[in-house]
Design a binder for this molecule. Structure first.
Ligand SMILES: Cc1cc2nc3c(=O)[nH]c(=O)nc-3n(C[C@H](O)[C@H](O)[C@H](O)COP(=O)(O)OP(=O)(O)OC[C@H]3O[C@@H](n4cnc5c(N)ncnc54)[C@H](O)[C@@H]3O)c2cc1C
Length: 434
């Protein structure tokens, strides 16, 4: 059955969220605009505004909508989450206000699936309550897109694991209560069995933040960004700090990365919609050569192309969410990769057109477009570069096909024509068409 409607009760919640984000949450984006602000649990002023907003979200039953009831969420599923996330995508702070901010969402899933009861009590509960934040430490200075190149090691010494090595771009490490670190535990094993995952309290001796790397989005000085370049200097954690079995690091990582990618994709629908709304308002407001920008064919092409691309992308994301909800685990893998690739392109194209239509104002820091434009490159890199996901899509699609059995393709027309003639030989002969 195909059905594109939203149930009226949930639509009411979405309508509430839409107004709430615009009227209440976007103020936080303006007052605390830095990339790390939503994660800075030590900032008393931002928390004083945040807490009552989070209470309103909880009262609406919209807190931590990515989670099932066993973890304190409503268990709406991915499709309903997608509809909510496209509203939250408008605002940088909204995911924190609604308890769905990355990377905490994925880290919570890992802890729920693989953590001991003690780890869940110590980390998962306060994480789900929004009292602490966490970091995911996977990428290394010499390698990111290909985890087989990772060298940060851990080895067992009595009742402890010892971690030695460097990690790059561990987002929010400076604010985190704990880090989930991917380490090589068996360098001689097959690549997919080399790595393991450890949960490491942030205060553990030996964790050295070499630098807090900034991005072009944050405009911060060299050491004031939020992406930790970390050196693990023989950091010791107990043996039960391992999440999953030794050698299961890839499996554990996959259990969080798929969800993270599709949640980014959902929020990107919201960011693109915001840029599109701005584009349309501008086209109707600005005049040149005696008419509105909206009356120029070139501008109309911008608007039509943007709308088509946005709607294609939105349907892809919603369909992917539906596949995750309704089909066995893993069935959405190709679609998630498609969302990831499409996200970077659609976002780039729509934001670029919106900036261009706003003329000089578009390149100032006086509209949300500046921050959107500066985040274009990140979207094509974070959670794996576009090229890697294209390869995933192509490999999976190609696996559904086989080479042509003979010299010519199976769609080669001469033998097909011959077969059609043969099939209808008598009728064709009766009508003199043979
Ligand atoms: C905003 C942001 C936040 C991030 N947060 C985290 C985090 O919290 N934790 C964490 O561990 N990491 C994080 N990352 C790192 C992210 O996972 C990596 O940037 C990503 O995996 C790519 O790795 P890399 O940067 O080392 O690029 P590289 O691996 O060096 O790739 C660079 C380029 O090489 C090309 N390339 C790579 N592989 C292929 C291929 N197979 N085929 C063709 N071309 C290829 C592509 O053009 C690619 O863009 C974050 C990144 C960003 C931008």
């Amino acid at each position: 059955m195909w059905d594109f409607s939203t149930d009226p009760e949930y639509q009411e919640k979405l309508d509430w969220a839409k107004t709430f984000v615009r009227e209440e949450v976007e103020a936080l984006d303006l007052l605390f605009p830095s990339g790390g602000d939503p994660y800075d649990v030590g900032n008393a002023a931002s928390r004083a505004i945040l807490r009552p907003l989070q209470e309103q979200v909880k009262a609406q039953g919209l807190w931590a909508c990515h989670l099932g009831p066993e973890l304190g969420g409503p268990g709406y599923g991915q499709l309903k989450l997608a509809l909510l996330n496209e509203i939250l995508g408008r605002s940088y702070w909204a995911p924190t206000v609604f308890g769905t901010a990355a990377p905490d969402t994925g880290n919570a899933e890992i802890l729920a699936m693989y953590g001991t009861s003690e780890q869940r009590e110590r980390y998962l509960r306060p994480l789900l309550d929004g009292d602490i934040v966490s970091a995911f430490s996977m990428t290394e200075p010499q390698a990111g897109a290909d985890p087989k190149e990772f060298v940060c090691r851990a080895w067992q010494d009595g009742n402890e694991w010892i971690i030695e090595g460097e990690k790059w771009f561990t987002s929010n490490a400076r604010y985190a209560e704990f880090l989930i670190v991917m380490v090589v535990t068996d360098p001689d094993a097959a690549p997919s069995r080399r790595m393991s995952m450890l949960v490491v309290p942030a205060e553990t001796p030996g964790i050295e933040i070499v630098r807090n790397v900034g991005t072009m989005e944050d405009h911060e000085s060299l050491d004031e960004g939020i992406h930790g370049y970390i050196r693990y200097n023989r950091v010791r954690v107990p043996v039960d700090a391992m999440l999953g079995a030794p050698g299961e690091g890839f499996k554990v990582a996959q259990s969080r990365l798929g969800g993270g990618r599709v949640h980014h994709a959902m929020r990107t629908v919201g960011r693109c919609t915001r840029a599109f709304d701005m584009m349309c308002e501008r086209a109707l407001s600005r005049r040149t050569q005696g008419e509105r920008l909206a009356d120029k064919q070139a501008v109309q092409a911008f608007i039509a192309d943007s709308w088509i691309e946005l709607q294609q992308y939105r349907l892809l994301v919603l369909h992917t969410a539906w596949v995750i909800d309704t089909q066995p685990h893993g069935a959405a893998r190709t679609q998630i990769a498609m969302c990831k690739v499409a996200m970077a392109k659609v976002y780039h194209d729509i934001v670029r057109r919106a900036v261009h239509l706003h003329g000089s104002l578009g390149v100032t820091t006086e509209t949300p477009l500046a921050a959107m434009w500066m985040s274009v490159p990140s979207l094509a890199l974070a959670d794996g570069p576009t090229e890697v996901h294209r390869t995933t899509i192509a490999r999976q699609k190609l696996a559904e096909y086989a080479p042509a059995p003979g010299l010519f393709p199976t769609e080669h027309l001469p033998p097909k024509l011959e077969a059609a003639r043969e099939r209808y030989r008598e009728i064709l002969a009766a009508y003199g068409a043979a």
